[in-house]
Design a protein around this ligand. Structure first.
Ligand code: ZN
Length: 203
């Protein structure tokens, strides 16, 4: 399986990092070795001193597809989970300055937290899925799928022009504003609506 991540999909997050609004989705990938599940602790890697959380809605692909049109895209996913795209922001900024790929800053081991369960989309209000990240009991990021620049269906259509989607692939759909550093002993709890999706410690 592969993990496809979308950058710059919420206007408020684009503004906080002084990035440009994209004409089409910004895509990068993480390998399967980046997955962190089952509320296991996240260990801050020694190559970063500015390790940021990015909470994101995550789609799970249900069937193989290539060149999917937006109007049929909803047939290819049926549930949504919650994840964190951990980012070594200091390293990412160095790579961006040099025009180099981001993988070392975003695709390292255990950088892709994913909830153990996924919620069927027919149980959620379409295009208004609220989610948030609390750190030590205080809300630090909150988002709503209705505020995405590119919708789920537009993302699936664009991604599948370049990459065949396979059953079990995950799509991290971008983060809203409020990204920031984590520190040792932080407790991270992610919610979709009022449902607790993950709860783990930073070590
Ligand atoms: Zn992200």
């Amino acid at each position: 399986m592969k993990i496809i991540c979308i950058g710059r999909n919420y206007a408020d997050h684009i503004a906080e990092l002084n990035n440009e609004k994209p004409d089409e989705p910004v895509i990068f990938m993480k390998p399967d070795s980046s997955i962190l599940r089952k509320n296991k602790p996240f260990f801050i890697p020694d190559f970063s001193s500015d390790l940021h959380h990015e909470v994101e809605l995550v789609l799970k692909i249900d069937q193989v597809g290539k060149n999917i049109s937006p109007k049929f895209a909803s047939r290819y996913y049926s549930s949504v989970g919650l994840g964190i795209d951990f980012t070594a922001r200091d390293l990412q900024n160095k790579l961006k300055d040099k025009g180099l790929p981001w993988e070392k800053a975003k695709a390292f081991d255990y950088s892709a937290v994913i909830s153990s369960h996924f919620i069927p989309l027919d149980q959620l209000p379409e295009k208004q899925i609220e989610f948030r990240l609390d750190i030590n009991g205080t809300t630090r990021q909150s988002g709503n799928s209705g505020l995405m620049i590119f919708s789920f269906d537009e993302l699936i259509a664009n991604i599948s022009k370049y990459f065949t989607l396979k059953t079990g692939d995950l799509i991290y759909t971008g983060t809203p504003a409020g990204v920031g550093p984590v520190k040792i002993n932080d407790r991270l709890q992610g919610y979709i609506g009022n449902k607790l999706m993950f709860d783990f410690m930073v070590k």
